[in-house]
Design a protein around this ligand. Sequence first.
Ligand code: ADP
Length: 396
Amino acid sequence: MGVTGGIGSGKSTVSRRLADLGAFVIDADEVAREVVEPGERALDKIRNRFGEKVIRADGTLDRAGLAAIVFGDPAALAALDQITGPPIAERVEQLRRTVGADAVSVYDMPLLVERGLWVHEHVTVVVEVDAETRVRRLVDKRGLDAADARRRIAAQASDEQRRTVADVVLDNHATPAVLASAVDDLWHTRLAPWNDNLLAGRRSRRPDHHAVVDPRPDWEARGERVVAKLAAALAVDPGVTEVSHIGSTSVPGLIAKDVIDVQIGVRSLVHADAAAFQAAVTDAGYVLTPDNTADRPKPGTDPAGWGKRFYGGCDPGQVVHVHVRERGSPGWRFALLFRDWLRATPAEREAYAAEKRRLLAVDASTDVYAEAKEPWFDSAYRRADRWAGHTGWAPR
Ligand code: ADP
């Protein structure tokens, strides 16, 4: 997991608590200090680039002096990042390899959002406090100068940018004790069971007696985060063509089960059965359901075109279903078409919502529901297909 937040928000406080609970914490600031210690190659490179003036008499780096030089000078900052970035990444990798296989590893990283590194974490926790409170705490407790604290805050990502990638936001306006108890709660209700699920290869299931809920305002953002993380996990895989948020939660305004459905397009299902693909999806936190290998073919299509692979997410905090389908197959196409058609056609969205309500009244158990909605889907398929024909819709 990643822990981030603006300077003075309480990241270190959260990480310390997580360590008390048994997590293995990697502190990015500490690593950044280690890689520029005397004897490290990065320190020599800094000396070459910035001169003797950034080296103290005892041979250590004058961090404040260097910070003053690179602050407000993007080229100098980029040069510094280029020097320190690779050894930091290497050291973090190294530390992560030392984490026990069953432990939760925490990356405490101020720039997790700025550097786009959040996509590599199963979960991102953002610690949030308004800027003025942070300035006060930094001045009172860490002895920073107020103007300096404000400058540093202004140079970082905004709270809003951090919120976009946050799976969990911990508010730290109250006392440290309140924060600690929020961390404990998160650990016991979500992080520890999530880790147990990952270790056991057990996905978190939707309730059998399923609940259709009103559209949630965070579905779109949750979908985007899930997609971004899977896309990052599969970025180097040439057999993967795209990752998309699909299903009812991808259609704004539609009632739905609280499930984020995602489709991974692959060049061929043979590729999806390769060990490398399976390992990448599994490492991203998903569990293969081996017996779910096809959707029910829709009328008028090649029945052989509805094969798929199915994975479920392990996060007890949200249910995620991952459908792997062959790019260009009818099943792949329908998932994207159905979403775009419902997004574009309010009357059809309403008709689908009405059908869901009708079925709920008939029988609310998940299996019966899934079976009973097929006839409606068959006719919806024809209407969606006609819509695609006359609007010229094509999968993006
Ligand atoms: P970060 O690691 O995000 O820069 P810290 O965890 O070091 O932030 O917190 C900044 C300072 O504020 C520390 O001195 C910390 O002890 C203090 N602090 C953290 N949370 C609170 C709180 N809820 N109330 C008062 N002070 C706090």
